[in-house]
Design a protein around this ligand. Structure first.
Ligand code: ARG
Length: 471
């Protein structure tokens, strides 16, 4: 009557605004590959189980291949009134092969179908994102090796704290991205569950072979409860969480790049290839890529909050609210896939202004802790040493000099324990080299960490994503 695939019990047509409003084909068309692959496996299973004639199953398989071809080449025309990718594919198939196409949806619902498609899609994008994270980590690790001994100021509260090495600083981000890759691999495990067979909500009365479909589509497990099978979107929440945390890490790093490339810091110079100019101020070289990545973080968080909110009030099982899941997933995956390579390129091509960094690493009393530690080495209790050095810092600050500029007499006026060896002990090189413990900033430790990271990356590249989780 109404021209809808579900039109049997309807007498009236859908309002045209309502039709446009609830149709999802404008965005879920991106699931066409997954949808067609899932349908192919389902139809093959139906044929093998004798639920539909084998000849129809064969016709469906050939027809779906042709539809895939049509969609890929842009020949297929999607129809908004067919709502979504699932019914559009079925419609295109039936137009092409006739009655056999009408048997495809036997023993299946769009509810288990859409859950299947999105799980396949999320798995695929996770593999892509882990690959991009690996490429970024490789860039960081290379730079860390090159700058294992390059001095730079370390900060707390953005106040000069203790000198570190640039390599050590870069490897802090390596750790974040390594955890991110682990989080995505972890999420992939829970996405790797085949929901087909859940039907609309209660399962199906047809003697389907779920195991065959699972195997065919490369899923690790079958969903264990049909109500959950159609309504679980935890994998979407986890994906968006992992994406949000990764964006948080990129954004923090971008903030540092913006600071470092400023004239005030002048710690790095970005390559022309990753900078932009001003339409009015001829002198400008702006870190737009870093700012834009920082800016794009918000939309990925937005997707996570949107989906947490969508699921919080849903009674079991499927509700149309869940149609909102796809755009958040697409946007988060696209945003990461756009940000990660640009970020890696920007970092990989920037020039570290190591002279300037080392100069700042020697300023700001960043050796004060080590001066106190030197006194501790001579038997002075740490709290007393802290007080003595604090008073010396105050004294130096008053005359605009540094601790290492003090004469031995001035040192000894503060504590008779001081001798000539204090000067060597508080040079920035020594201060950094002294942190020679696992996880410390000593150049040797940074080199060792980079070597370990290399092994991790090798492993990550070789293993499929799920196994990458715990390496
Ligand atoms: N387009 C729908 C979605 O994305 C597919 C499932 C629709 N099922 C239904 N009974 N309306 O969620």
């Amino acid at each position: 009557m109404t021209g809808k695939l579900w039109g049997g019990r309807f007498e009236g047509a859908t309002d045209s605004a309502a039709n446009h409003f609830h149709s999802s084909i404008s965005f879920d068309r991106r699931l066409f590959r997954e949808d067609i692959e899932g349908s192919r496996a389902h139809a093959e299973m139906l044929g093998r189980q004798g639920i539909i004639p084998m000849s129809d199953a064969d016709a469906i398989a050939a027809g779906l291949d042709a539809v895939l071809d049509d969609v890929e080449s842009g020949r297929a025309v999607f129809d908004e009134s067919a709502e979504d990718i699932h019914m559009n594919v079925e419609k295109l198939l039936t137009e092409r092969i006739g009655d056999a196409g009408k048997r495809l949806h036997t023993g299946r619902s769009r509810n288990d179908q859409v859950a299947l498609d999105l799980r396949m899609y999320v798995k695929r994008r996770i593999d892509e994102i882990i690959g991009l994270l690996a490429e970024l980590m490789a860039v960081l690790n290379r730079l860390a090796g090159e700058h294992a001994a390059s001095l730079m100021p370390g900060y707390t509260h953005l106040q000069p704290a203790q000198p570190v090495t640039l390599g050590h600083h870069l490897l802090a981000y390596f750790e974040m991205f390594r955890r991110d890759a682990g989080r995505f691999a972890d999420c992939r495990e829970r996405a790797d569950v085949c929901p087909l067979g859940s039907g609309a909500l209660a399962g199906t009365a047809y003697p389907i072979d779920r195991e065959f479909v699972r195997e065919r589509l490369g899923f690790a497990e079958l969903s264990r409860n049909s109500l959950d099978g159609v309504s679980d979107r935890d994998f979407v929440l986890e994906f968006l969480s992992a994406a949000s945390i990764t964006m948080a890490h990129l954004s923090r790093f971008c903030e540092e790049i913006v600071l470092w490339s400023s004239g005030e810091f002048a710690f790095v110079e970005l390559s022309d290839a990753y900078s932009t100019g001003s339409s009015i101020m001829p002198q400008k070289k702006n870190p737009d890529m870093a700012e834009l990545i920082r800016g794009k973080t918000g939309r990925v968080y937005g997707g996570l909050i949107a989906m947490l909110t969508v699921v919080k009030g849903l009674p079991l099982a499927y509700n149309k609210d869940l149609q909102e899941d796809k755009e958040s997933v697409f946007d988060a995956a696209d945003t990461l896939a756009a940000c990660l390579p640009v970020f890696a390129g920007m970092i990989g091509t920037m020039t570290a202004l190591t002279g300037r960094m080392a100069e700042r690493a020697g300023a700001g009393f960043m050796n004060a802790t080590d001066a106190a530690d030197w006194l501790v080495g001579r038997g002075c209790p740490f709290r007393d040493a802290h007080g003595i050095i604090g008073r010396l810092v105050l004294y130096c600050a008053g005359k605009g000099s540094a601790l290492e500029d003090l004469t031995l007499e001035e040192f000894r006026a503060a504590s008779p324990l001081f001798d000539e060896s204090i000067y060597a002990a508080i040079s920035p090189e020594r201060v950094v080299a002294a942190r020679d413990i696992p996880g410390g900033t000593a150049p040797e430790r940074v080199r060792a960490a980079a070597a370990e990271n290399e092994r991790y990356l090798e492993n990550l590249r070789q293993s499929a994503a799920p196994e990458a989780k715990r390496v």
